[in-house]
Design a protein around this ligand. Structure first.
Ligand code: PHE
Length: 494
């Protein structure tokens, strides 16, 4: 690059001639602008390759306007030349020269007694000399005699020239002079550190004023943006977030605690990912486990149970959790161990299902789950909370359809009428946790839990207009989508 070229020219010259008396002349001979040469001199001085003395010089330089008049003639001359021998009306002259030249030129031309001003303009003299232009050319050419010096003042007030100052350096070899300078290093390699070579290396000075490059990272995925919006809604409604930081869960918490029988098809390896290592859980609360076994085998709390031989081995098997309701079960169990107080909990995290992948299904997705635990809750409370929750998303007119979950009764799928699709779409699942689930945990008889769940992917795909889930999640996702997706605000038109 130019700097390297300037540096090597300076060092070579000093090597032969021992000095450079005028950096400006030198920069002209090597054909590199003085600003660059000046930078290189300062840098060479910093590493003691050269020493310098500096003095400043100055000269008059034409401004942009000055340059223009030096080329095209001064405004007064342009104006005079536009006046024909027989004269011209003011309007026509203005049209001919343009308003700017007319304004500037007519004043000076009248002052110089070149023209008669009025509504009809005539020449006073036959021909004129463009002195202003000549002065400008003289100043530009640097041959400034005494006569010109007088004119400088005039040109200065007309803003046609300006004073330019610059530093001129005279250089000699410095104490560390060499014909070539190793580029100071910014980094060490591992090898240079190990061999001790770094001690002999010249290091770049720290530049504390330099701005760092903005790293092209840190973009939020649409799922994260929508998740943030959902957490906000829950938090505004007074819900606490449950700890979801365990993808691996025992079958016990994922199924048994939820009164899901061990022969249930969801517990088949076709639907659930079982872990090979560690294949079983370390511990389950024994006392509680006994109660869960009993409720499965013979029932209790008004239930007849499933009437099968419950297997501990089956319950011990580790799985990738198939729903965040496993987390809810753990939270409710620990809540039931304390003296009762009502709670509102939510979670949003990943779950896994051994499913055939297609444009709307992946083997992993995210669930949003909310639950309220209090005395005397009813189905009416659940419907009221769902109305309030979905209203905050901008979704109203919910309808429900009875469904089946092993752990809830009653259970309801949640539907909403989709204006675009002109049909009801399923937006979630909900229910009241069964006594077979809550009572073994130790909750008093009058405590109920209402709960609901939905996927994070479905609303995200709708909000971002994505119709194939593989465009949203997984290895086929376009990074451009991650970098450029718009911010998300839910239900703001409500
Ligand atoms: N766990 C249910 C699912 O995986 C969702 C749900 C949560 C249903 C809470 C009822 C109550 O679909």
């Amino acid at each position: 690059d130019v700097k390297a070229k300037a540096e090597s020219s300076i060092l070579k010259h000093l090597n032969f001639e021992n000095e450079i008396s005028n950096s400006r002349d030198f920069s002209a001979t090597i054909g590199i602008d003085h600003k660059t040469v000046e930078d290189v001199i300062k840098s060479l001085h910093g590493s003691e390759f050269v020493i310098y003395e500096v003095h400043s010089e100055e000269r008059w330089k034409l401004t942009k306007e000055g340059e223009q008049y030096a080329a095209d003639g001064s405004p007064e001359f342009q104006l005079f030349s536009a006046v024909p021998p027989q004269g011209i009306s003011k309007e026509d002259l203005k049209k001919k020269t343009g308003a700017a030249i007319f304004e500037l030129g007519s004043k000076n031309a009248a002052k110089n007694k070149w023209i008669n001003m009025g509504n009809f303009i005539t020449r006073k003299v036959e021909s004129v000399e463009d002195q202003a232009k000549q002065i400008l050319l003289l100043i530009k050419g640097k041959v400034i005699d005494e006569e010109t010096m007088k004119n400088i003042k005039v040109m200065k007030t007309r803003n046609l020239i300006e004073l330019e100052r610059w530093n001129v350096y005279s250089l000699k070899k410095g104490p560390k002079f060499k014909v070539e300078r190793e580029k100071p290093l910014g980094d060490f390699t591992r090898e240079q550190l190990q061999s001790g070579e770094w001690k002999k290396m010249e290091l770049k000075e720290y530049n504390f004023n330099a701005y760092p490059l903005l790293p092209d990272i840190g973009h939020l995925h649409p799922l994260l943006k929508v998740r943030e919006q959902f957490s906000k809604i829950f938090i505004e409604m007074g819900f606490e977030e449950m700890p979801t930081n365990n993808y691996v869960e025992s079958s016990f918490w994922n199924f048994d605690a939820l009164f899901q029988p061990q022969q249930h098809p969801a517990r088949d390896s076709h639907d659930t990912f079982f872990l090979e290592a560690p294949s079983t859980t370390k511990s389950v609360p024994e006392d509680y486990l006994g109660k869960v076994k009993t409720v499965h085998e013979v029932g209790g709390y008004g239930s007849t149970g499933y009437k099968y031989a419950w297997s501990r081995e089956e319950a011990n098997k580790n799985v990738l959790r198939t729903h965040t309701t496993a987390v809810s079960a753990r939270m409710l169990y620990s809540l039931a161990q304390r003296s009762f107080s009502p709670r509102k909990y939510f979670s949003i995290d990943r779950v896994f299902r051994n499913e055939a992948v297609d444009r709307t299904h992946l083997a992993e997705f995210h669930q949003i789950e909310g639950l309220i635990c209090d005395r005397g809750l009813t189905l009416g409370d659940l419907m009221g909370v769902l109305d309030a929750f979905f209203a905050r998303l901008g979704i109203s007119n919910l309808t429900y359809k009875a469904t089946y979950n092993p752990y809830t009764s009653p259970s309801m799928e949640i539907y909403s009428y989709h204006e675009g699709l002109k049909k009801l779409v399923e937006i979630g699942n909900s229910g009241m946790f069964r006594p077979e689930m809550l009572r073994p945990m130790g909750f008093p008889e009058d405590v109920n839990v209402i709960a609901w769940g939905l996927s994070l992917e479905r609303p995200t795909m709708i909000l971002y207009g994505i119709d194939n889930i593989r465009d949203l999640f997984g290895h086929k996702v376009d990074l451009g989508l991650i970098k450029k997706n718009p911010i998300c605000r839910l239900g703001t038109d409500n």
